[in-house]
Each structure stands twice: as structure tokens, then as C-alpha cells.
Write a protein that binds this ligand. Structure first.
Ligand SMILES: Nc1nc2c(ncn2[C@@H]2O[C@H](COP(=O)(O)OP(=O)(O)OP(=O)(O)O)[C@@H](O)[C@H]2O)c(=O)[nH]1
Length: 300
């Protein structure tokens, strides 16, 4: 008899305190811009799945926002969403940055995930930022936190050891038939990805003024023929909470809005591999973060 390698498939997610590098790592693994990264905490709102196909496994990555102290209804819903995602995954990667001391936040998350059915791998992220000596110390400190299935250091920025991490996580997935068709890299509706690209463009440069007050809704996407080529005509609304925020987003004489449109169009064009015509409107929805009806309408 020949050695038979069982096919494995399942769900994995990266958790960890804000800014630990979860989104960047997810992107590095899937190799496409599916989640939003920023150097400010808590920008990942939607649960985005990326699917990594390998000859003997299929790894489905779920990207979650970080848990945080809920101050609004949106905050509470996000935390519920995070816990629901954690409880559905086969492997949870607890991300701990190499350049920051293990702290109470990491221990709190570690304790919470140790109660789930999924296996837990500690991922020491951003190893490009520290010396070998400091990395060794961090690996020791992390290993002492909990009995992890494995502890893997890597850098999503340089790609160092990311393949090893994928191998470790894939080997911990349950034996299972393929769960998604070949070639599919995400089952997130395109609309959500497009909305995120617009939101990211709208936040560019004004995150300090409007950290969590922007939401984007895609109203319509039409495929049009123009000069012999097809293009996607996208109608989207950018929601802010107050008229003063609307002024910030639009900028003097519409200058910022122009930049937002240009950046978003470029990114969406790459995503859809198509010519894009973008119709953006900025609307004020008062206190949308506290209004259940509006939250539902905005997709939360
Ligand atoms: N040098 C270095 N920086 C990294 C690496 N991974 C992520 N970063 C940076 O760390 C910051 C946070 O990364 P994210 O991937 O957005 O972190 P996150 O954990 O998803 O953050 P939240 O969405 O806030 O929970 C960004 O500025 C990244 O560019 C890495 O491997 N090396």
C-alpha cells in the first residue's frame, strides 16, 4: 500500500488585539487584496473569506475585526460577530506582534479561544521588526502563555515563513472533502469588497477626524457598453453621521472627493479587471452607529 495523504479542508481565522497584523497576514496568504489594512486599529468590519487551494487541502480564511470595548450598538454587534466567527473555525491563529510585549489583552483573548473546539496556533507576527535575540525571547514568552498546538513566527510584510504557517494550519484542519469549487478565492459578495475599497479611499488622510463614522453602500452595479468595451457603472453612497463630516469627505470645491473617486476607481478596476465608472454620493445619516434600522440597511 502507498502512503495515502488525506485531503483536509476547513475554516481558520486569525485573532488578536487590534493592529496585531491579522488582515495583512490574511492578504499575504490569499495573495489578493481582500481585507482592508491600515495602521489604525479596528478598521476590519466585514467577515471576509479567502480560500487557499493546495493539492491536498483547502484552507478557508475568515477575517474578523478585533474584540473591543463596545460603546455603541455597532460595537456590540461587531463583538457578537467576532465570537460567532471564532466558534465556527477549525483552527484559530492567535496573532501576537514580535515587537510588543505579551500583555493582558493577549491573555484575555487566548483564554477565550482556549474554550472553543478549534485548535489554536500562536502566530508571532512582524518578525521583520525585531532582532533574532528579541524574537527568541518573544517565542519563549508566547510558548509559556498556553499549550498551543504550535507556535509559528512569520512576517506578512517580507513573506518570511508564511508558507510554513500555511502548512502548519492546513495540517491541523479536519479530514474533509473539498468545501468550495476550484479557483474560487472568496465567497464574499463583490459588492462588499467594492464598498470596502471605497470606504478605504474615503478614509485616506482623514482617519483622525472620522475614524468610525463612514459606511458605504453600493446601490447598483450596471454593465455598460462604451466605445466598444464593457465597463462597470457603480453607484455608491458614502454615509457619514454629521454635516460637518460630509464637508470633510467632500473637501474644498470637491477636491477630496475627486481623489477618493480616483483611488477607489483604480482599486476596483484592479479587483474586477474592468473599466469602472464610479458615481459617488455623500449622505448624512444621523448617528447611524446607534440606529438599529440604519445599521441593518448599511449591512451590519
Ligand atoms: N513591519 C511589519 N508590519 C506589519 C506586518 N504585518 C502587519 N504590519 C503592519 O501593522 C499594521 C496593522 O496591520 P493589520 O493587518 O491592519 O492589523 P489587524 O490585526 O488586522 O488590525 P485590526 O483590523 O485593527 O484588528 C499595519 O500598519 C501593517 O502594515 C509585518 O509582518 N511587518
Amino acid at each position: 500500500m502507498t502512503d495515502h495523504v488525506p485531503y483536509r479542508a476547513g475554516f481558520a481565522c486569525f485573532v488578536g488585539r487590534p493592529n496585531a497584523g491579522k488582515s495583512t497576514l490574511t492578504n499575504a496568504i490569499i495573495g489578493s487584496k481582500i481585507a482592508i489594512t491600515s495602521n489604525r486599529p479596528q478598521t476590519t468590519r466585514h467577515v471576509v473569506r479567502g480560500i487557499l487551494h493546495r493539492p491536498d487541502s483547502q484552507l478557508i480564511l475568515v477575517d474578523t475585526p478585533g474584540l473591543h470595548k463596545p460603546r455603541t450598538l455597532l460595537g456590540q454587534r461587531l463583538n457578537d460577530l467576532v465570537r460567532a466567527t471564532w466558534s465556527e473555525t477549525d483552527v484559530v491563529g492567535l496573532c501576537i506582534p514580535a515587537d510588543e510585549k505579551v500583555g493582558p489583552g493577549d491573555r484575555m483573548i487566548s483564554k477565550e479561544i482556549s474554550e472553543l473546539k478549534g485548535k489554536v496556533v500562536a502566530v508571532v507576527t512582524k518578525i521583520d521588526l525585531v532582532s533574532k535575540g528579541d524574537l527568541a525571547k518573544q517565542l519563549m514568552a508566547v510558548s509559556e502563555m498556553a499549550p498551543f498546538a504550535d507556535v509559528v513566527p512569520c512576517s506578512a510584510m517580507t513573506g518570511e515563513n508564511v508558507d510554513t504557517l500555511v502548512g502548519v494550519v492546513s495540517d491541523l484542519l479536519p479530514e474533509s472533502p473539498q468545501l468550495y469549487p476550484d479557483h474560487m478565492i472568496t465567497d464574499e459578495p463583490e459588492r462588499v469588497m467594492i464598498a470596502e475599497l471605497i470606504r478605504e479611499a474615503a478614509l485616506e488622510g482623514v482617519r483622525d477626524e472620522l475614524p468610525h463614522s463612514i459606511a458605504v453602500v453600493i446601490e447598483e452595479i450596471l454593465e455598460e457598453e462604451s466605445e466598444g468595451a464593457t465597463r462597470q457603472h457603480i453607484y455608491a453612497d458614502i454615509y457619514v453621521e454629521r454635516p460637518s463630516q460630509k464637508a470633510i469627505v467632500i473637501g474644498k470645491g470637491g477636491a477630496r472627493m475627486k481623489q477618493v473617486g480616483t483611488q477607489a476607481r483604480r482599486e476596483i478596476g484592479k479587483l474586477l479587471d474592468s473599466r469602472i465608472y464610479l458615481d459617488l454620493h455623500v449622505r448624512v445619516a444621523k448617528d447611524w452607529q446607534r440606529n438599529p434600522k440604519l445599521l441593518q440597511r448599511l449591512g451590519f
